[in-house]
Design a protein around this ligand. Structure first.
Ligand SMILES: C[S@@+](CC[C@H](N)C(=O)[O-])C[C@H]1O[C@@H](n2cnc3c(N)ncnc32)[C@H](O)[C@@H]1O
Length: 293
């Protein structure tokens, strides 16, 4: 199996036009936030953000496979003591104008955010990851992100009430009631939509790099080996580095040449993996065979 990592220099709005329709399984990205980090790679005013982003999301919709997922890591800043509303406007316009489905929202809880005091709010320790899809039926490997039941199963499940032992029918009549006793003997459970991860900027040459665990979790959830992941705002290439390690093809687009060069120097453009013959002792995982670079 050949795994490719393509690093493309330029403005996503234009470069995306060179990618084929329906060719990407997962788009995972963190674009520049409105008006932030002006000195590093230019800010877009919150009032112009939606107009700036829509031509890009139009192209993203074209290149995403019908079964694919788009995860957008974004958080509105505070302007004049009030949260900007450009993220909400963006979601509305992506739905209205482009037909994206806003399927889910995940929270990245930043475990190590700086302590501080503000007169009218507390420290901001989370960012959102908004999930968009083209269709209601999309590919999702839920078993790939299961977590150990841990203490919950030991403590909570040992004290089950009678209602817990019966099926607790949903109050809204959806039919999706829970029967907690079903989980009594299980070792693993499905995770929540909150991810607890520390930021990791210190060892990356980028001021807004996200931790590797973030793309890793979503790549695990929405793709399998050999699939293709796209980050249209690549930065230091965290998404691509993780995708390569997880044996996914990836494409990174970045407007600043210095980041492109840095990522090109760090990542291998092509790797070949061979699936070994299955004798009784052979490992089933693909093994790295030749590095072409
Ligand atoms: C928030 S950073 C991404 C950081 C990345 N997730 C990482 O882990 O390093 C956004 C990146 O998008 C790049 N960028 C800004 N506008 C762009 C555009 N129109 N096309 C491509 N890249 C762009 C910036 O130079 C910046 O490196």
């Amino acid at each position: 199996m050949e795994i490719r990592t393509d690093i493309l220099l330029g403005d996503s709005k234009k470069v995306l036009r060179t990618l084929p329709d329906d060719s990407v399984d997962l788009i995972f990205t963190s674009p520049p936030y409105a008006d932030q980090r002006k000195n590093t790679y230019g800010g877009i005013h919150p009032d112009r953000y939606v107009d700036w982003f829509l031509p890009i999301s139009e192209e993203l919709k074209r290149v995403l496979r019908p079964s694919g997922t788009f995860i957008l890591n974004i958080k509105e800043k505070v302007v004049n003591g009030e949260r900007s509303i450009y993220v909400m406007e963006l979601i509305l316009e992506m739905r209205r104008q482009q037909g994206w489905l806003w399927t889910e929202e995940f929270i990245w809880h930043k475990k190590n955010c700086y302590p501080g005091k503000w007169p009218n709010r507390f420290r901001d320790s989370w960012e959102r990851l908004i999930q968009f899809n083209k269709n209601h039926h999309f590919t999702m490997y839920q078993e790939a992100v299961m977590v150990p039941m841990g203490d919950w199963s030991k403590k909570r499940l040992k004290k089950l009430s009678e209602t817990d032992m019966l099926r607790d029918e949903s109050k809204v009549g959806s039919g999706f009631g829970k029967n907690i006793s079903n989980w009594l003997t299980r070792e693993m459970a499905y995770p929540t939509n909150v991810l607890h991860l520390a930021t990791e900027c210190n060892n990356k040459n980028h001021s807004a790099a996200f931790p590797e665990g973030l793309p890793e979790w979503f790549i695990r959830l929405f793709t399998k080996e050999g699939d293709t992941v796209l980050d249209p705002f690549m930065g230091s290439g965290t998404t691509n580095a993780v995708a390569q390690r997880m044996k996914r093809n990836s494409i990174g687009i970045e407007i600043l040449p210095e980041y492109c060069k840095m990522v090109e120097n760090e990542l291998r453009p092509v790797e070949l993996y061979l699936l070994e013959n299955k004798d009784s002792y052979a490992p089933t995982e693909p093994q790295l065979c030749i590095d072409l670079r």
